[in-house]
Design a protein around this ligand. Structure first.
Ligand code: FAD
Length: 304
């Protein structure tokens, strides 16, 4: 069993920001991260709205955060998935995939969100959720992007920039909700085509490794078959809150907090993309984390 003043679940930008504040408040703190630190920002090729960096690769920004957290002496436990928690006592207990138990006087939940999966079952293996991670394999090839939101269009532009020959964006609704300027840029390049009112019906794996995709026009019912080298799916995100079901108050899977980032359990705070809120950005996650960490320090001080 490992014991800290504060355990932070999730090592995205929110968790790492909370860690900086915790360390500066002289709390013994630990980040439990199921993958590697950085979270969703690691998947973002260019961040252009982070004050101090006009343009920076998401992974580079997260490396800088991590460096600072490490220098401040916060423990980082990676590949440590929090599977179950017990928040019933004054000492909060967290149980991880490695079989370890962590206890802490206070906890900050900063588990963020994960991409929604492709809406059909398929044995086709070339289905991806991150063009930064997987796009380079499709240079000179054709791919289908599911989802005509900002992510779908941004990622399509990134893919064609990488050298993907053609991207077909498929959107189920009659219009795409991506920013008009991004849509204009995508349509102007000649390498991106867009089908609206079009739903994905099925995907079959072909013997040559490609996929055969069946699409249906939701207005006319007309069906179309298309062969593709790969599929990238950007149809939104869902919160990572399964370990907290039954413990914390959730709304549509997101954690309810008050303005001080307090959950319904004293000593348990939540922050970042995982909470009920309107704007999910790097800077808003950092703001939430700041409040959560300062409140956690205040809570721990009062408990002593
Ligand atoms: C494609 C895309 C592009 C974006 N571009 C921008 C942009 O340009 N600018 C901007 O400001 N924002 C952007 N955003 C939004 C921004 O990425 C998020 O708001 C931000 O990452 C939220 O940080 P977070 O730490 O709350 O969550 P996350 O970044 O999701 O981090 C959560 C972390 O928790 C970990 N975790 C989850 N469950 C567990 C568990 N059970 N145990 C242990 N660890 C767990 C995850 O592995 C992850 O590392 C973008 C989002 C997407 C999807």
């Amino acid at each position: 069993m490992k014991t800290y003043d504060l355990v932070i679940v999730g090592g995205g930008v929110c968790g790492m920001t909370a860690a900086v504040y915790a360390a500066r408040a002289s709390l013994s703190a630990c980040i439990l991260e199921k993958d590697v630190c950085g979270g969703l920002v690691n998947w973002t090729h260019t961040v252009e709205n982070f004050p101090s960096h006009k343009s920076i690769h998401g992974m580079d920004l997260m490396s800088l955060c991590r460096e600072q957290v490490e220098e401040l002496g916060v423990s980082i436990e990676e590949v440590e998935d929090v599977e179950r928690v017990d928040f019933s006592g004054a000492e909060k207990r967290l149980f991880t995939s490695s079989g370890e138990e962590y206890t802490a006087g206070a906890v900050i939940v900063a588990t963020g969100r994960k991409p929604r999966p492709l809406p059909v079952q398929t044995s086709f293996e070339r289905v991806h959720y991150c063009s930064v991670c997987d796009g380079a394999a499709y240079r000179g090839k054709n791919v289908i992007v599911i989802g005509g939101g900002n992510s779908g269009f941004d990622e399509s532009l990134y893919l064609t920039g990488l050298g993907v020959s053609h991207v077909h964006i498929v959107e189920a609704f009659p219009t795409c909700i991506a920013a008009a300027s991004t849509q204009d840029k995508a349509r102007a390049g000649g390498k991106i085509s867009v089908s609206v009112s079009t739903e994905l019906v099925s995907v079959a794996a072909l013997p040559d490794g490609r996929g055969r995709v069946l699409l249906r026009n939701t207005a006319t019912g007309a069906e179309d078959v298309e062969e593709t080298d790969g599929i990238f799916c950007f149809i939104g995100q869902s919160p990572n809150t399964r370990p907290f079901e039954g413990e914390l108050d959730l709304k549509d899977g997101y954690i309810r907090v008050n303005a001080d980032m307090e959950t319904r359990i004293p000593g348990v705070f939540a922050a970042g993309d995982v909470i009920v809120k309107k704007w999910r950005q790097i800077t808003t996650a950092m703001g939430d984390a700041t409040i959560a960490a300062l409140q956690a320090e205040k809570y721990l001080r009062a408990m002593k």
